[in-house]
Write a protein that binds this ligand. Structure first.
Ligand SMILES: *[C@@H]1O[C@H](CO)[C@@H](O)[C@H](O)[C@H]1NC(C)=O
Ligand SMILES: *[C@@H]1O[C@H](CO)[C@@H](O)[C@H](O)[C@H]1NC(C)=O
Ligand SMILES: *[C@@H]1O[C@H](CO)[C@@H](O)[C@H](O)[C@H]1NC(C)=O
Ligand SMILES: *[C@@H]1O[C@H](CO)[C@@H](O)[C@H](O)[C@H]1NC(C)=O
Length: 364
């Protein structure tokens, strides 16, 4: 190699090792290709202007995508709890990023309870509950007086507060920030499709399911995390009860998904390490399917044939609602968001890792 090339290589090394970390104002957290790519080719910003490879990300999604200025970035975790926790841990610990002032907009599709919303609805959760972190007996072998095969760990029956607490069971987010996000998202004109409308109509004439037949809207309601993608009235009702139980009655089950508690666990650890501000997390989920069948439908019919009707609207609405949140935060940056939105509620996990005592959980 010619001497000047060595010099060039040396300078490049010095430059790269001293490159300032990217300090995004907003990090979009999505979980797989469709949730990610709905943000590309949009008029508001270009996330493919800058790709940053981060060691430890998913092999399928190895890059964080950023705008040229690095103000908005996106990470795709890959699906399920293990992928989500691993990816966000790698991002949070990466010296390529300074995330101390970043807002995190979690955005993904979800199942929804027909009691709480409908296909295409956009929900913002205050509580995320890891509902399947329990004992399970196959329901066919459960004691006769048990209403479900799921039993909180360390107990002898459903309805008893778990005594084996792992710390990832419940996260509560900044509600003042959530209310602002909801207000921003309400500016969106949501997508809806004829397929979604036809599927919704199956839920008509069931008083409990009035929410399922309405047009999609923006709502605040809580989310349940599990690697198991369950379906049916009995499991949904069991996890409704779990959601209430684990939060001492504070959370109301609404959406179902496979990543939120994992992402939030990694963010709490990042906050303990001083690398992120957990008060800046927003948990948005859009409904792609129902967690239980319509009257007269079998559970299997809804699970196997009910996933496509609302899918395209749920993907479109991640962007349509989410971009309003992004713009709202960027527009209000100097006035409000740089300094942060002070929470009025407890913010953190079930064991108080971030310092104060949660109003739910096992207590001391
Ligand atoms: C970033 O990666 C995407 C593919 O993931 C590619 O389409 C885009 O061109 C890349 N951007 C740059 C600046 O290399
Ligand atoms: C079920 O019955 C057993 C034995 O009588 C009792 O110990 C237990 O508390 C009951 N469990 C529930 C959930 O009712
Ligand atoms: C919803 O999105 C689909 C494409 O995914 C598009 O064809 C349709 O026009 C959109 N509808 C509305 C009401 O925006
Ligand atoms: C939540 O409920 C359980 C079971 O009743 C109780 O033991 C615990 O103290 C409650 N937690 C708080 C913080 O009140």
């Amino acid at each position: 190699m010619f001497p000047h090339l060595w010099l060039f290589a040396l300078l490049a090394c010095i430059f790269l090792s001293e490159a300032k970390p990217v300090a995004p104002k907003i990090v979009l957290i999505n979980h797989y290709g469709d949730e990610g790519s709905i943000w590309y080719g949009i008029p508001e910003f270009d996330l493919l202007a800058q790709n940053v490879s981060v060691p430890g990300l998913s092999i399928r999604y190895p890059d964080v995508h950023c705008t040229a200025s690095g103000v908005v970035c996106q990470v795709i975790t890959d699906e399920g709890e293990i992928n989500a926790a691993s990816t966000i841990t790698a991002l949070v610990l990466s010296s390529l990023f300074d995330l101390r002032k970043s807002y995190f907009l979690l955005g993904g599709v979800a199942g929804i309870s027909p009691k709480a919303g409908t296909l295409g609805s956009v929900t913002f959760a205050r509580f995320s509950v890891q509902v399947a972190l329990q004992y399970e007996i196959d329901a066919r072998e459960r004691p006769e007086n048990f209403s479900t095969g799921y039993i909180p760990q360390g107990t002898t029956g459903a309805g008893q507060y778990p005594t084996h607490i792992y710390g990832t069971e419940v996260y509560e987010l900044n509600d003042a920030l959530r209310q602002r996000a909801i207000a921003f998202a309400q500016k969106a004109r949501l997508n809806d499709t004829a397929d979604a409308q036809a599927y919704r109509a199956l839920y008509a004439n069931a008083p409990d399911f009035a929410a399922a037949t309405a047009a999609p809207s923006i709502t605040g309601c809580d989310t349940a995390t599990s690697d198991v993608w369950w379906s049916g009235n009995l499991l949904a009702e069991a996890f409704e009860d779990t959601t209430k139980l684990f939060t001492n009655g504070s959370a109301a089950y609404c959406t179902t998904q496979q990543e939120a508690n994992a992402v939030l666990a990694a963010l709490v650890r990042g906050a303990v390490a001083g690398r992120v501000d957990f008060k800046r997390a927003i948990n948005m989920r859009t409904a792609s399917d129902f967690d239980r069948p319509a009257p007269g439908q079998t559970v299997a019919e809804n699970l196997f044939n009910g996933q496509s009707a609302g899918y395209s609207a749920s993907i479109a609405n991640i962007y349509l609602a989410g971009v309003q949140v992004v713009q709202g935060i960027l527009d209000g940056w100097d006035e409000t968001f740089a300094a942060g939105v002070q929470p009025q509620n407890y913010v953190g996990d079930i064991v108080g890792s971030l310092g104060s005592t949660p109003p739910f959980g096992p207590g001391s």
